[in-house]
Write a protein that binds this ligand. Structure first.
Ligand code: AMP
Ligand code: GLY
Length: 421
């Protein structure tokens, strides 16, 4: 099988690494990729990864049997539809189904119809209505951009002034604002393979969105993750599939826009049950790096089964025992404007997955984005996996680089609890 991956983050590096170990894969290519991916997959030129016609033409030229689309932007733009229209199997939802991530209003509507628990929400597009709406919610305030914002469009704050200021910035930029009820409880990321009808959950994971230790500072695209969740009930994934993912997939199917690809449910385990914070239409970053480190089943075969509607006949997923931890190394300035162009020492070690990196002519690896790389540690339990990840991180040098030191720490210390009703 010839597999073309679209994207260039640590998530795509993890996907490429896993598929490079699948005996069914005869050739791997990536566009645009990054310095790490290019040591495993042929780099292909692609001026605009968000242009469906360009991606379909490239896939045809390279004779891909399967195209795997990593990021949300091309999916929301309909790139998977263009690839399928060219007669090539594609892992990733249609534009219509990707709206589950691309439009929070659409996601809320689908959840309401499916009877799925989620935060009460209100869209405000007129500054004159903002103060009354904020008063209806009260603290903690949750203020979101009602569109794609790479995880950075959200402010969660006890301060009405801060919530108001963020909402006004969005409104001034012409973006409708979503106000939401605050969901209190530990967060879970559950990734599910879905081929329209059949749903198969992967190991539940948790990610760390704030830039600083102990969840301080602004939200980012994700600073670290671990899987599985030692504090969760053993049937958590099955419960969430039954209560949340299967009803939502059935509703999308009923509307004539079945979901095919990876449906990512981001949930808070509240005293009232698992409530949806968001859906994403693709693998999450950085959880994927931890989850795939434990997957033993050949990945390309699974993704092909999803893309061709054959998931029900794919073998059961197999997992390595133990835990995995991802820690993200970010450039100085991230999540604001990152400093780029610095030489990274130690970037080519095992367990290092590249994101914002590029290779200079002399072979040196340079930083080229905000989230520069992920290290992945594994071990018999979460404490051992953490120790492994941080040992790997200690060998990497990037001027001004920063990472969180507490990824998975509270869970390893037995301090994560689920509120009871
Ligand atoms: P989103 O961009 O919707 O994924 O939100 C980013 C992060 O903000 C989430 O992972 C949560 O940590 C937090 N968040 C978003 N919505 C809520 C909510 N309704 N209640 C509590 N935290 C939230
Ligand atoms: N881990 C958060 C995301 O991928 O959106």
């Amino acid at each position: 099988m010839r597999v073309l991956v679209i994207g260039g983050g640590a998530r795509e590096h993890a996907l490429v690494l896993a598929m490079s170990q699948d005996p069914a894969v005869t050739a791997l290519a990536c566009a645009p990729g990054n310095a790490g991916i290019h040591s495993l997959a042929e780099p292909l030129g692609l001026p605009d990864p968000n242009d469906g016609e360009q991606v379909a033409a490239l896939a045809r030229r390279w004779q891909a049997d399967l195209v795997v689309i990593g990021p949300e932007v091309p999916l929301v733009a309909g790139v998977a539809d263009a690839v399928r229209a060219a007669g090539i199997a594609c892992f990733g939802p249609s534009e219509a189904a990707a709206a589950i991530e691309g439009s929070k209003a659409f996601a809320k509507d689908v959840m309401a119809a499916a009877g799925v628990l989620t935060a009460r929400a209100e869209v405000v597009d007129n500054p004159g209505r903002l103060d009354a709406a904020l008063a209806r919610f009260g603290p903690m305030y949750v203020v979101k951009d009602d569109g794609l914002a790479a995880g950075k469009g959200v402010v969660v704050s006890p301060s009405c002034e801060e919530a108001r200021a963020h909402a006004m910035t969005l409104l001034d930029a012409g973006h409708p604002v979503l106000l939401e009820e605050y969901l209190d409880g530990p967060e879970v990321s559950l990734f599910c393979l879905v081929d329209g009808q059949t749903v198969r959950p992967l190991l539940p994971a948790q990610d760390f969105k704030r830039v600083g230790d102990e969840d301080t500072g602004p939200n980012t695209g994700g600073m670290g993750a671990y899987a599985p969740l030692p504090w969760a009930a053993p049937d958590l994934a099955e419960q969430i599939v039954a209560d949340v993912v299967a009803p939502v997939c059935a509703e999308l199917d009923r509307r004539g826009t079945p979901f095919s690809g990876l449906l990512y449910a981001g949930l808070a385990l509240t005293s009232a049950g698992a409530a949806v914070v968001e859906f994403n239409c693709r693998f999450g970053d950085p959880e994927t790096q931890a989850v795939l480190a434990l997957l033993r089943s050949p990945l390309a075969g699974l993704l092909h089964a999803v893309a061709t509607g054959a998931l029900a006949s794919a073998p059961e997923l197999e997992w390595a025992p133990g835990s995995a931890v991802t820690v993200v190394l970010a450039a100085e300035g991230y999540p604001g404007t990152p400093r780029v162009g610095d030489v990274i020492v130690g970037a080519e070690a095992d367990g290092v997955l590249h994101a914002g990196t590029r290779r200079r002519d002399d072979g040196a690896v340079l930083s080229s984005g905000g989230r520069v790389l992920s290290v992945v540690g594994t071990g018999g339990d979460l404490a051992a996996a953490r120790a492994d990840a941080y040992e790997r991180m200690a060998k990497i040098k990037l001027p001004g680089g920063h990472f969180r030191s507490d990824i998975g720490l509270r869970a390893a210390d037995g301090k994560v609890t689920v509120p009871t009703g």
